[in-house]
Write a protein that binds this ligand. Structure first.
Ligand SMILES: [Zn+2]
Length: 160
């Protein structure tokens, strides 16, 4: 039997970044720019959020946005094993909620729970439609402004 084709690296990155952007939108944090062009820092893509809105957010909500990248990537393709970028996101999530845990085990459990939260939110049909729409736009245009992302998410969320 033929194996299904491997999803491209670009697709994985596009879904990853779309996951961050859609969860940020859901939690009312504006996205400034999303891209699947490497930014030179070793990441293959990036999502820039409105910094002060992000800081004002509850720590767990911030962590959910950070973990939303890998959650979207894994929902898109569970077999895709490349989780570069996931490590940076985990560190960001840890920076946000690390102070809530007393032991490494507690930290692990907390991060796993928040990762599951991100996954559950993105699995909602309305949010997943938005992720798909942003990912497709990213694959076509490589970089999107916050305004473009906003428009795409609003349009995708309205569709039935
Ligand atoms: Zn990420």
């Amino acid at each position: 039997m033929k194996k299904p084709p491997k999803p491209s690296h670009d697709h994985a990155i596009a879904y990853h970044e779309a996951g961050h952007a859609v969860l940020a939108h859901f939690l009312q944090v504006r996205t400034v720019e999303v891209s699947i062009v490497a930014d030179g820092s070793g990441r293959d893509g990036y999502t820039r959020h409105h910094a002060s809105q992000m800081r004002a957010l509850d720590a767990t909500a911030r962590a959910i946005i950070s973990l939303g990248g890998m959650a979207a990537q894994k929902l898109y393709c569970p077999r895709f094993s490349d989780d570069r970028g996931g490590e940076d996101d985990e560190r960001d999530a840890y920076d946000a909620v690390g102070h809530l845990a007393r032991t490494r085990r507690e930290t692990r459990v907390l991060l796993n729970c928040l990762g599951e939260c991100a996954r559950a939110l993105l699995s909602k049909p309305r949010l997943w439609r938005a992720v798909k729409a942003v990912a497709e736009a990213l694959l076509a245009k490589k970089t999107l402004t916050g305004k473009e992302v906003d428009g795409i998410i609003r349009k995708a969320s309205r569709k039935r």
